[in-house]
Write a protein that binds this ligand. Structure first.
Ligand SMILES: O=C(O)CCC(=O)C(=O)O
Ligand SMILES: [Fe+2]
Length: 357
């Protein structure tokens, strides 16, 4: 894989990237200790965890009013909820993504890249527009596919090994997303169509994460702490676990995977559009096993791409004398640039905050 050296990254990391085999390749080669260019957890995260978060459940087969109430309560409190009885076969896409990441090394490395090609990226390097000098790596490889409706994705660029499963999942998750957007909208008290009308939300990005087992799991992060830049994110995952959510007291809690459930979390854009009604909560991934890999597929639902022609901001219906607009309006381009500059936390959303008088 060409081009690793040009970003001025440490030689050992460049050498690793040039193998094109990802973290999975390191593990296959039998490493017994973690190389120095992997991110270490910050000191607070090494303290033993005793907490498991009880994530609220939303049952799509229940009466509509109960479902709306459950979605609203979850989005206003912990920002995460498990959806059951959703009718989406998520097992197939998780298996296909796992099979892709476990292809023979030579097949994988032919596809490994530092920058997206045709909207597709199989990599270990965070996608930061090539500016990742001095950045450390997380203990995971990913396959990211851009899926926006316009221009349509170049389906032929999706690796053949998981193309069918990803496109089939995309079709089902689109339907699921329409349902979730309607529920989130209704739970804001603005009618079921309003959020979609304001944002044209659609599934933009699908990321198939592969967290290989680690010989020293406590020395790495699978994903550093962050909030999602999306309206909301839908996570399909296997049974291994590793996702953790930031608690009100600053600590972290494990989120146990619930068989058959899709996990939804509110992202930063919806936090702003809902005028802080909904919570976008920090989360991260720790590696739980020195034996089993973990696989998850995160689908990010975002406002449809429409250049700079649309302003987003708190819905006017949610702005009152008692609760004035907490954020100013912004374009998606501005939002994403700010995030690239200020990072994946509340620092970037604070940038849009209206000062309190
Ligand atoms: O794999 C996971 O559990 C979470 C991944 C995640 O947070 C993300 O892709 O934004
Ligand atoms: Fe995330």
């Amino acid at each position: 894989m060409a081009g690793a050296g040009k970003y001025g990254i440490p030689a050992s990391m460049a050498e690793f990237l040039a193998t094109g085999a990802g973290v999975r390749g390191l593990v296959e080669s039998g490493v017994t200790s973690v190389p120095p260019f992997f991110e270490e957890p910050c000191s607070d995260s090494t303290t033993a965890l005793s907490t498991t978060l009880s994530v609220p459940t939303v049952d799509l087969s229940g009466p509509r009013s109960a479902t709306v109430a459950a979605v609203g309560a979850a989005a206003r409190s912990c920002g995460f909820f498990n959806v059951i009885n959703h009718g989406v076969d998520d097992g197939a896409v998780v298996s296909a993504v796992q099979a892709f990441h476990e292809l023979p090394r030579a097949v994988r490395s032919a596809l490994y890249t530092l920058m997206p090609v045709g909207g597709i990226c199989y990599s270990t390097v965070p996608n930061t527009g090539g500016q990742y000098a001095d950045r450390l790596l997380s203990w995971r490889d990913y396959l990211r596919v851009l899926l926006q409706n316009s221009p349509p994705p170049d389906v032929g660029c999706i690796p053949a090994f998981c193309r069918h499963a990803m496109m089939e999942y995309r079709r089902r998750i689109d339907e699921f997303g329409k349902e979730i957007t309607g529920l989130l909208s209704e739970a804001l008290g603005v009618g079921a169509e309003r959020l979609h009308m304001a944002t044209q939300v659609e599934a933009w990005v699908m990321t198939g994460h592969y967290y290989p087992p680690c010989p020293e799991p406590e020395r790495v992060v699978g994903a550093a702490e962050h909030t999602d830049p999306s309206m909301y994110t839908v996570l399909a995952q296997d049974h291994v676990g590793g996702l953790q959510v930031r608690l009100h007291d600053g600590g972290w809690a494990d989120v146990q995977p619930v068989p058959g459930a899709l996990l939804v979390n509110i992202g930063d854009v919806l936090k702003l559009v809902s005028n802080d009604e909904y919570k976008s909560v920090e989360h991260r991934v720790r590696i739980k096993s020195s034996v089993d890999p973990r696989v998850s597929v995160a689908t990010f639902f975002n406002p449809a791409k429409c250049g700079d022609s649309r302003l987003l901001g708190p819905l006017p219906e949610l702005v009152t004398l008692e609760k004035p607009a907490r954020y100013r309006n912004f374009t998606m381009t501005e939002f994403l640039n700010t995030r690239a500059e200020f990072g994946h936390s509340s620092c970037s959303t604070d940038h849009f905050r209206v000062p309190v008088e």
